[in-house]
Design a protein around this ligand. Sequence first.
Ligand SMILES: C[S@@+](CC[C@H](N)C(=O)[O-])C[C@H]1O[C@@H](n2cnc3c(N)ncnc32)[C@H](O)[C@@H]1O
Length: 221
Amino acid sequence: MRAAPVGDRAFESAIPAQVLDRIQHGTMRTTYRSVPFYKSPFDISLYLELLGALAPRTVIEIGTKFGGSALWFADMMTAQGIHSPRVLSIDIEPLSEVVDPRITFITGDAKRLDAVLPLDLLEALRHPLLVVEDSSHMYAESTAVLEFFHPVLETGDYIVVEDGVVNQLSGEQYRRYENGPNRAVADFLAVHGPDYEIDADLCDRFGRNATYNPNGWLRRR
Ligand SMILES: C[S@@+](CC[C@H](N)C(=O)[O-])C[C@H]1O[C@@H](n2cnc3c(N)ncnc32)[C@H](O)[C@@H]1O
């Protein structure tokens, strides 16, 4: 399924398909402090850039898996000199054994975030906020996360929708996502576009959408 371009921005990544398949192979074997950590080399660099520029006080990721990314975010925030960094990491089926005072692991469903992130908790979060949607990569979950955080985000906050690139991976197993993340971003921006800016500097840093998150680095205006 196609995702409608946002303005002049198509969702296709300039990374050639064969190269992308090989990068994916390596990404799925990546670890951080011995914990699996599923970020591509492009996105590790792009997140570092964003963490430095934004200096988020809070990172909220949807999709913990083994906790490698939560640990990496917490460590990189500390390395950037961010005071009292906080990471909330939510998963419907967390497998993390990571224990770290900077990280709160929460069991919850991307489609029912209101059940685990009540208003008083959201209001107490320190901004800037970086929200990372890295859950099922299905349209319904990506859309639910975008819509849930839309009223929570303040000017300058970021929400990153991960892994739209799955649509360009050749393996049959990736077809089941039905281009979920890209379609969710396109449909969300069709409604809320004036409130967001696609950070083209990040998306295109290494080539047009040379990221696992094509058109997925969104800055709240
Ligand atoms: C790609 S992994 C997360 C990888 C991790 N963020 C990293 O970079 O190392 C996706 C995770 O999303 C979780 N997930 C799938 N559907 C979900 C849902 N509806 N709500 C919350 N988490 C979900 C899965 O259990 C899985 O652990």
